[in-house]
Write a protein that binds this ligand. Structure first.
Ligand SMILES: *Cc1c(COP(=O)(O)O)cnc(C)c1O
Length: 398
């Protein structure tokens, strides 16, 4: 049996130090629970960063992965495979009729696809700039990094890839002022995740949609974190009633099996022609079979209804902490990407929660972020609130 000490030593010696990891070695997961190497149980309100939305090792997804792994794993996109178009159909028929999918392996790769799509469509008209948002997060590849609104992530990697213009989020006038004859698209997260759980304000996305239509430019949504039911609707844009021209998905799509997708509306369905975009591992039978099982399970288990019920409870209870603890400045987020804005770094609260057997995240420095599995029960939520109450009391006393 692996021990924390032994595994830490291997990390130190052989793994590049690009992450600040907590000293926790998880060896098993089931539903909303994780167990570490010492057999300690944790309530998981991080879900592998909004990835394991059906909880850990959901039996339907495990079965699909096991069966497909023993049948056919990969053949490349030089050939057809039965699962890729089935997955595309399941995604498109959840409300993006007429659209088409491109499959890849991660959020950043899906966003790269969005950026390439917008440039390919725009360059024909001399438009190749994309308006992006301050405090956004789109990934760690060079193009998605250049589109990311936090300059600290770009530090040391200059020169930035050109072609992006930053404006404040939730400010439609700023977009209006930034649009010029070079503008190809506006790209944003319907709910900013890493930037601090900031949802689009009422009316904002409608106004941005109108502006894009007026100027004939594309509206691109990054739904890598807020998509796949996290906000209570299958696609986050459905919650706001504003349809993008193209959008990206990844995190929860495979419930932990790596897969990303780019979805383009009918109008832009034929922009990326044969040979213009590709991914060796994109849309393998294995990844797509896993994601098909994920979507079937969402529908069968009425996961979206659960998100709406559980998030209403959490929002109400979190609001109660605002008056109770002076360090809590407000409730942030939408659906089951929800949290607290603190007057201090979230790190120490997260450490206390870990000591008490609960895993949560931060978003930015001072937002405590909870992104539990979407299958989380009422009992799990009550437990999380009780533990958070204790942790806040403890930091307030210090
Ligand atoms: C996580 C995230 C990404 C990057 O996804 P990777 O799979 O890590 O490349 C991009 N956009 C948003 C909104 C994200 O939350």
């Amino acid at each position: 049996m692996a021990t924390l000490k032994e595994i830490s030593a291997l990390y130190d010696k052989y793994v590049m130090e690009t992450y600040a990891r907590a000293d926790l070695l998880f060896v098993r997961g089931k539903g909303t629970r994780l167990w570490d190497a010492d057999g300690r149980e944790f309530l998981d309100f991080a879900a592998g960063i909004a990835v394991c939305s059906l909880g850990h090792c959901h039996p339907a997804v495990t079965k699909a992965i096991q069966e497909q792994a023993g049948t056919l794993v990969h053949t490349s996109n030089l050939f057809l495979n039965e699962w890729q178009p089935r997955l595309a159909e399941k995604l498109i028929t959840h409300g993006f009729d007429g659209g088409v999918c491109f499959f890849c392996n991660s959020g950043a790769e899906a966003n790269e696809g969005l950026i390439k799509l917008a440039r390919k469509a725009g360059n024909e008209k001399g438009r190749n700039e994309i308006i992006v948002m301050n405090d956004s997060f789109h990934g760690r590849t060079l193009a998605t990094l250049a589109a990311t609104g936090r300059s600290k992530y770009r530090k040391g990697f200059q020169p930035d890839m050109p072609g992006f213009k930053f404006v404040d989020y939730n400010d439609v006038d700023a977009i209006r002022a930034a649009i010029n004859e070079k503008t190809a698209a506006v790209m944003l997260e319907p709910v900013q995740g890493e930037g601090g759980l900031i949802p689009a304000k009422p009316g904002y996305l409608q106004a941005v949609r109108e502006l894009c239509d007026e100027h004939g430019i594309m509206l691109l949504f990054d739904e890598v974190q807020c998509g796949m039911g996290r906000t209570g609707s299958f696609f986050a844009w459905q919650h706001f009633g504003v349809k993008p021209d193209a959008f990206s998905m990844a995190k929860a799509l495979g419930n932990g099996f790596p897969i990303g997708a780019l979805l383009a509306s009918e109008k832009y369905a034929k922009v990326l022609t044969p040979g213009t975009h590709a991914s060796t591992f994109g849309g393998t039978p294995l990844a797509c079979a896993a994601a098909c099982a994920v979507i079937d399970t969402y529908d069968r288990e009425k996961v979206l209804e659960n998100v709406r019920a559980r998030s209403a409870y959490l929002a109400e209870k979190l609001q109660g902490f605002v008056g109770k603890y002076p360090c809590v400045k407000g409730v942030r987020g939408l659906g089951l990407m929800i949290g607290l804005l603190l007057d201090r770094p979230a790190g120490p609260v997260l450490s206390i929660l870990r000591e008490k057997g609960m895993i949560a995240l931060s978003a930015g420095e001072t937002v405590l972020r909870m992104v539990p599995p979407l299958t989380v029960t009422q009992e799990d939520c009550e437990k999380a609130i009780a533990l958070l109450d204790q942790a806040l009391a403890q930091v307030s006393a210090n």
